[in-house]
Write a protein that binds this ligand. Structure first.
Ligand SMILES: [Zn+2]
Length: 120
């Protein structure tokens, strides 16, 4: 058994973590999301938002420029039975190679947003 919160391992039969009182899960069901992020070290975070529609819009924009983007949401973590830490529920990742282009596209999106605001 393992604690999905602090990753402490326990023998079978124990159901709650001694340290943080989180319910334990079987070791084979545990996915270490922090390590997944690290193992995807050529993926870079380019954007944080709390708006899933905005995230999808940005992903679509990046895709139309030929950039693969991954949306990593709070729900992804909850589905994996992991506690979520951080204020921005949704993050967008692109590959290291695409980082500069992606940031330029995001800049353009932000600039057009500001123009839209001043026109109103
Ligand atoms: Zn724990």
């Amino acid at each position: 058994m393992i604690c999905p919160n602090c990753k402490a391992e326990y023998i079978d039969g124990i159901t709650f973590c001694n340290d943080c009182n989180t319910e334990l899960i079987p070791l084979n069901e545990f996915i270490d999301y922090d390590n997944i992020e690290i193992s995807l070290s050529d993926w870079k975070e380019v954007y944080k938002t709390s708006d899933y529609i905005e995230a999808e819009m940005i992903k679509t924009n990046l895709a139309s420029a030929g950039i693969d983007a991954v949306i990593f949401s709070k729900e992804d973590r909850m589905r994996l039975n992991l506690s979520y830490v951080g204020s921005a529920p949704i993050k967008i990742f692109v590959k290291q190679n695409d980082l500069e282009t992606a940031l330029e596209i995001l800049n353009d999106i932000n600039n057009s947003k500001i123009e839209d605001d001043t026109n109103e």
